[in-house]
Write a protein that binds this ligand. Structure first.
Ligand code: SIN
Length: 305
């Protein structure tokens, strides 16, 4: 096993030697390609190794996978129950498979997943793992960026860690809903869309959101991570906005600094999985003129602790 240690010395993204899969690290900060498996027909032994690789590398991806909606559902269920995805009602006959599609002719200011975030953090039990299948991807553009929030937590000073440890962050879709409404108003009331997606959102509950620990602990690995982002983190319990905003701005920028990130280049038939408890991600809106067709399923997460 060749060690790939992050320059800070705080994270080791080297691959383990597995029996059923091969992991190839993507960057020093996180991420790995997994080779040697066909996800439409996978053994329980390989799934156990995939879980181990996912928890280790935070984001893993598989190239050249031919999967149906049923395969996508079956794969997701290997990780737990289906989680709640707050934005759409799924594809016909498969309510847990969310289409994330932008047609070539559509131009929009905001695509689904743009802005650094951790999925649906405004829910009481945000999804733990997301599994996205890129069916028809643009020849260039539309990459997804990921940031390792375990590494970010570790890199904070002891004094900052001590200060933020007891804090709770207010996760709310307030800003997302406002941006969607602004775009809707600009388009003369045309129904809210992100790219080509018809949205089905319960805005009131999403804005109400939830208070979660700012530093959370992974239920399997015990790793601590920063639970803060630029999209949903809207306040800190017991603080005024004047006090909380600079802290949230600092922590969310700190967590997404380039050296804590990896960048995934998509090709059609790539399937990726990430663990929302230990990373942030951001989709890019830079592929106007090309179709991008992706499907997404999520696993029910626990209440962050
Ligand atoms: C998401 O699931 O947040 C979107 C990811 C992407 O479109 O790359």
């Amino acid at each position: 096993m060749k060690k790939i240690t992050h320059p800070t010395g705080l994270f080791d993204n080297s691959a383990k030697d597995y029996k059923y899969i091969t992991a190839i690290p993507l960057a020093a900060a996180m991420g790995a390609e997994i080779q040697g498996v066909d996800l439409s027909n996978i053994s329980d032994e390989a799934i156990e190794e995939i879980k181990d690789a996912l928890f280790r590398h935070k984001l893993i991806y598989f190239r050249d996978q031919e999967i149906t909606f049923e395969d996508h559902e079956n794969l997701t269920l290997k990780f737990g129950e289906f989680g709640t995805d707050a934005y759409t009602k799924g594809v016909p006959g498969h309510e847990n498979i969310q289409p994330v599609i932008k047609e070539a002719g559509v131009a929009t200011k905001m695509v689904f997943g743009s802005g650094w975030h951790t999925d649906s953090a405004f829910l009481e039990q945000p999804p733990s793992i997301a599994i996205n299948y890129g069916k028809d991807m643009p020849p260039y553009g539309g990459d997804t960026l990921f940031a390792n929030s375990v590494l970010a937590y570790k890199a904070l000073s002891p004094a900052m860690k001590k200060m933020i440890e007891p804090l709770k962050v207010w996760m709310s879709a307030r800003n997302v809903v406002a941006s969607m409404q602004a775009e809707q108003a600009e388009k003369n009331g045309e129904i809210a869309k992100l790219g080509s997606m018809e949205l089905d959102v319960e805005t009131q509950k999403m804005i109400e959101g939830y208070y979660h620990p700012l530093v959370r602990t992974h239920p399997v690995t015990g790793e601590k991570s920063l639970y803060v982002d630029k999209t949903y983190a809207c306040g800190i319990e017991g603080m005024t906005e004047e006090e909380s905003k600079p802290l949230i701005d600092f922590l969310s920028s700190f967590a997404t600094q380039e050296s804590f990130c990896c960048r995934l280049k998509w090709y059609s038939k790539t399937l990726i999985m990430w663990d929302n408890r230990v990373c942030l991600h951001q989709a890019f809106n830079d592929y106007d003129g090309f179709r991008r067709e992706m499907y997404r399923a999520v696993v029910m997460g626990e209440k962050p602790e």
